[in-house]
Design a protein. Structure first.
Length: 237
């Protein structure tokens, strides 16, 4: 990792007093990975990150462990870390599971969601409409779906879905970076899902969520097919 190029100034730690150093490092690294500043397979060197972010090694090490639990970073027994390289098989497994679990959470959540929770989801949606930063958008995307589905009042179910969503976040980011028009489509999907929640229309919310998940997987599959083609061409030259 090259200290002068890996994380741009826009990703540096902000002076936010109510967050711990670890939480701030997590946010910066997560958005740098999801935004593409840190690429799959790229080594993460503690000393370099410490110099860039202006914090000690300890909160960086703790943040790496947290991001490893989200599937964004791989750590080996020697404590070295690299940005995770996702695979198409991972994505297909994740979305197969989510197509089973998300509809359960959505159906429960539509019945229980409060006006305050709808306002939270709406605020996140507005943020997503207003940002050109892919890392910020993908991070907000995770929060948008969680804001709606946590109304299911099923901690175990939501924890499982959160883990799956976190594991797919990097691939979502990579595919949207290659096919940026899909951000507009995803924003439109979110608006429809949000309206179905407001209308207390569980059937519509489930159908829209399933369509949204299938469309996301199709975008990932197109990205992976293009990537495989590029690799084939590179080896053939």
């Amino acid at each position: 990792m090259h200290p002068e190029s890996a994380i741009p100034p826009s990703r540096r730690l902000a002076d936010v007093a109510h967050r711990t150093a670890q939480e701030r490092v997590e946010e910066v690294l997560r958005q740098a990975i999801l935004g593409g500043e840190l690429s799959p397979g790229e080594p993460l060197v503690l000393d370099d990150l410490s110099a860039q972010l202006g914090v000690s090694r300890t909160p960086i090490r703790e943040a790496m462990r947290a991001l490893a639990s989200e599937g964004l970073i791989d750590m080996d027994s020697f404590r070295s870390a690299t940005v995770h390289t996702p695979t198409l098989e991972e994505a297909r497994e994740i979305y197969d599971l989510r197509l089973v679990l998300d509809p359960i959470a959505v159906r429960r959540a539509v019945e229980r969601i409060t006006p305050e929770e709808l306002e939270t989801a709406q605020a996140i949606h507005v943020t997503m409409l207003g940002t050109d930063d892919l890392g910020e958008w993908v991070d907000a995307n995770r929060e948008f779906h969680r804001a709606l589905q946590q109304a299911a009042r099923s901690d175990r179910l939501i924890s499982i879905i959160d883990g799956l969503r976190n594991s797919a976040a990097m691939q979502v980011a990579l595919s949207l970076k290659a096919e940026s028009s899909q951000v507009t489509q995803a924003n439109a999907d979110h608006a429809k899902i949000l309206q179905a929640f407001r209308d207390r229309d569980a059937d519509a919310a489930v159908r829209l969520t399933e369509d949204h998940l299938r469309n996301t997987l199709e975008v990932i599959e197109r990205y992976e097919a293009d990537l495989a083609g590029q690799r084939f061409e590179a080896t053939a030259e």
